[in-house]
Ligand binder design. Sequence first.
Ligand SMILES: *Cc1c(COP(=O)(O)O)cnc(C)c1O
Length: 473
Amino acid sequence: MLNSAAAARRALPSIDRLLKLDAVAALIETHGRPLVVETLRAVIDEQRSLLAKDAAIPPPDDDALAAQCAKQLRVLAQPSLRAVFNLTGTVLHTNLGRALYPQVAADAATDAMTRAVNLEFDLGGGARGERDSHVEAWLQRLTGAEAAVVVNNNAAAVYLVLNSLAPKKEVIVSRGELVEIGGAFRIPDIMARAGCKLKEIGTTNRTHARDFEQAIGPRTAAIMKVHASNYAIQGFTASVPEAELAAIAHQHELPFINDLGSGMLIDLEAYGLPHEPTPRETIASGADIVTFSGDKLLGGPQCGLIVGRQDLIAKIRKNPMKRALRVDKVRLAALEAVLRLYADPVRLMRELPTLRLLTRPQTDIEAQARRVLPALAAAVGNHADAKIIACSSQIGSGALPVDALPSAGIALTPRAKRKSGAADALSTAFRALPVPVIGHIRDGAFILDLRCLDDEGGFIAQLAQFQLPAHAH
Ligand SMILES: *Cc1c(COP(=O)(O)O)cnc(C)c1O
């Protein structure tokens, strides 16, 4: 036995011999020699241990080994970061990359990526420039603020503001606003990392003006308001209106900071959506510094925007941490293009994917559901029933948490007895498509909310490749 096993192992070819095969030469052409050699080695090692366990299996021939190598290389060649169909019903899905760039922003980003640009270069004077200058005028125009700074994301914006304006000092925040956004963003933690002391006041449901007034002391550096992005406190509640908070802060010569989270630049009510506070309103009611995200409702690239009073912005800009948190030319180019769209409401509605998706009428989505239903029903065959359903989409990313958007979709209900496992199998099979389809499971059915289905043709075409795993049949 032992001898024949050893013989079988010896029957495996050398890497050099495999490298001479035409099929392997073609792989080198596509993937480059180092990866092909690494993969061949892995394939042979695998075979060697298989043969060591069971000498009865015949050793594979050279072509079979090359084919196995080709298969592994195909997997390796697939990008890790891939396009997917977001049919989750959450428009701004943090795990799926939040806002989609409008085409003008994608074009501007590509240009900035592939060419030299005047990122920190003043074309008028020929001297060193400031990278935020490319978007500052637009932000002034759109928010009414005196000045603006752009950083990596809104978490960075909050950190930088606190670290610049209140190091080693107290910042007063209502207990009703000590939010956790998800992941590692919690106001108390950011506050600690920024070197500030959080002074919590009031209670979860009720905070009054006197709570703020009593908390102000010689160590107070700012009053801060945080937008309750992903929850709502309802019932017996009280909070202090922004203008009143600003007045209290200013009486004590303190800055009033407002973290808006999403911070939509225009009034969403004009588009039939629920109201979301805008930086312009917030500044008008007395905020000295406002922070918000670039890739939530604003619909642009990931970044954090800080707008407000000139003297405070100057302090923020001087903080050495600004350098560590700055954005690159690509995102600045995209942001400038997006802000430009905001200057023209007609173009904005037509070209900004986030706004277009959020305002898609239910009837439009339902009509689309009727068009894709036959292809979906055919793909799942007799494994599931496909039915058009009304559903409600979420805005996502902590924007307007209690407001749902009426939408339509398709529910795939497995015919199998053990529905939950069968719905999981459907979900897995949809994720295995060339462009993975991401939906959600509810009440034993796999649900596809079609609000964000842009490429309908591509979606239908790839369903021809839909395959349930063998054990799900
Ligand atoms: C989303 C959010 C943040 C974090 O913003 P990112 O852009 O995700 O870093 C901070 N504060 C509030 C209130 C938010 O809603």
